[in-house]
Design a protein around this ligand. Structure first.
Ligand code: ATP
Ligand code: MG
Length: 214
């Protein structure tokens, strides 16, 4: 279980998150929606270790990881897919996934895993393309694929549908359905609840720094 306990976050005088409590179990998918600037990315970054809370604690399986950096948390099975994809731009699609797979697999295993993931994410055709040259839809797929390549127990997808046209959004939706069958705990953020309907086990709303059940 991945947990937040009384987590608050302040940027200068701006209180972005106020005493947030959240439990994420493996096998469950949670959708969190809220308007621009409501703290969705901040919340996921606190779970993944890219941001530290101002107060409160983060736990994985009752182990306190509040002070643990993101790379270490990745090794423990927490993966974060950035809202704005951050691939290794000068590497190929294959190299992006392979390099990430090495975090938790030996080289031979990682190569097999990479081929498998590229196939699953419909990226095999662009396997040798330089990441910087991908389309927006492919870039989003690569970002999610890269996060999955660490074989996480907890997968945090920050606005996987943002800035995508209908067709690309449909592809991402299909991929999330596939990921749901893999027994991870998944958190998905979005601007509106509608896109999360039928895709997640429960929907929560974040507004004015407070996280509420729908
Ligand atoms: N590093 C930072 N320094 C200062 N303020 C920040 C920082 N990161 C986020 N903020 C502020 O915190 C608030 C929440 O930002 P956050 O990115 O978490 O919102 P969001 O819900 O993800 O928004 P969006 O829907 O636009 O992605 C915003 O007002 C933002 O300007
Ligand atoms: Mg955001």
């Amino acid at each position: 279980m991945l947990k937040l306990r009384d987590v608050s976050k302040k940027f200068n005088s701006l209180m972005v998150l106020k005493k947030i409590n959240l439990d994420i179990r493996t096998g469950e998918t949670i959708g969190i929606y809220g308007p621009n600037g409501s703290g969705k990315s901040t919340l996921l970054k606190i779970l993944s270790g890219f941001t530290k809370p101002s107060c409160g604690k983060v736990f994985i399986n009752d182990r306190d990881i509040t002070e643990m950096p993101a790379e270490k948390r990745a090794e423990l099975g927490i993966a974060y897919a950035f809202q704005i994809p951050r691939p290794f731009e000068r590497l190929t699609v294959f190299e992006n996934i392979y390099t990430t797979s090495l975090l938790r697999s030996d080289p031979e295993e990682a190569a097999i895993k990479t081929e498998e993931l590229l196939y699953q994410f419909e990226l095999s055709d662009v396997s040798d393309s330089i990441a910087a040259n991908l389309s927006q839809g492919e870039m989003k797929l690569l970002e999610i694929c890269r996060s999955v390549a660490t074989q996480p127990d907890f997968l945090l997808l920050d606005e996987p549908f943002a800035a995508l046209d209908k067709e690309n959004a449909r592809v991402i939706r299909r991929k999330i359905r596939m990921l749901r069958s893999m027994d991870m705990g998944i958190v998905i953020t979005a601007h509106r609840s509608r896109i999360l309907e039928g895709l997640v086990d429960r929907i929560m709303k974040i507004e004015y720094g407070i996280l509420n059940r729908e």
